[in-house]
Design a protein around this ligand. Structure first.
Ligand code: CO
Length: 288
């Protein structure tokens, strides 16, 4: 039997903190849990926000996210269940389906809508906001729909990994981005399965468990908790061990930008002046 050779870590990172998300609503009344909130933006630089949505109740999602602007960063939407239609002012349109990812670079500005394309059934997934370096914030907007079949998978005993960005077990993900070098992995772990992922010690990283439980360096991470991984000097990665019921979890990591963060709602720039400019540009219709 040939088993895939997994890397062996010498100094796996411990968990620094466990975070419970905050139930909130956004868009036209969509209920969601904000896992990465504004007070964690410096700690988890270059990531600005993580929302987890998941419900069987159409009343929790049917309003969707009507037209709204963004400037200065990227939004990464990963669907686990359900279908959402995306339209934007750059003329892009796409349908997000289960297992698919939409990677949108707002750059200097885009106005878009994200609306459910179903009136019943389960809707679940994540939206992650990834900051852009100052020099790229005003780049032209860009957009990519990546259907489930185009997201590479890596396998190890008891483990399947959807490699959305970065790489795992030598498998390159669907997206590679410069500067922040984001890693975005979605794990399906059988009961007791073990997995090791190398990570540069200076990259900020977190794991969010959305089914079952995980053990990370002796800390049990329950369902619907985010574990912020310590940036211990000399640490070489993270070791995940699934609990008795198995686990589903995402691992997100990236190189910090170490630049000032100025946010006003859907605009994320470096200075207040740039925020005033974004609001002014939106008001006079220059974002579309
Ligand atoms: Co949006």
């Amino acid at each position: 039997m040939l088993l895939m050779d997994t890397p062996t870590l010498h100094h796996p990172r411990p968990v620094e903190r466990l975070i419970a998300g905050q139930p909130t609503s956004d868009g036209a009344g969509v209920k969601l849990v904000r896992v990465l909130t504004q007070n964690l933006q410096r700690r988890l630089d270059p990531f600005l926000m993580l929302d987890n949505f998941g419900t069987e109740n159409p009343g929790d999602y049917i309003g969707g996210f009507p037209d709204h602007p963004h400037r200065g960063f990227e939004t990464i939407t990963y669907m686990l269940a359900g279908r959402m239609r995306h339209r934007d002012s750059a003329g892009n349109e796409g349908l997000l389906e289960p297992g698919g990812v939409q990677w949108m670079t707002a750059g200097r500005g885009v106005i878009h809508s994200e609306m459910p394309e179903q009136a019943e059934g389960r809707m679940a997934g994540f939206q992650l906001w990834l900051n852009l370096p100052a020099r790229d914030k005003m780049q032209p907007p860009a957009y990519r729909d990546i259907p489930s079949a185009q997201i590479p998978q890596a396998q190890a005993p008891g483990v399947r990994v959807h490699v959305i960005a970065g790489q795992a077990l030598g498998v390159a993900g669907a997206m590679q981005r410069p500067v922040t070098e984001p890693l975005y992995l979605d794990f399906v772990l059988e009961a007791g399965a073990h997995f090791e992922q190398p990570l540069p010690a200076n990259h900020n990283a977190f794991v969010y468990v959305y089914e079952g439980t995980l053990d990370i360096a002796g800390t049990t991470v329950p369902m619907q908790r985010m574990a912020i991984l310590a940036n211990t000097p000399g640490a070489d990665g993270v070791a995940l061990q699934a609990g008795p019921a198995g686990a589903r979890a995402i691992l997100v990591a990236g190189a910090p930008l170490n630049e000032p963060i100025a946010q006003y709602g859907p605009f994320v720039m470096n200075t207040n002046e740039e925020i005033f400019q974004a609001v002014e540009d939106f008001r006079r219709g220059a974002l579309a």
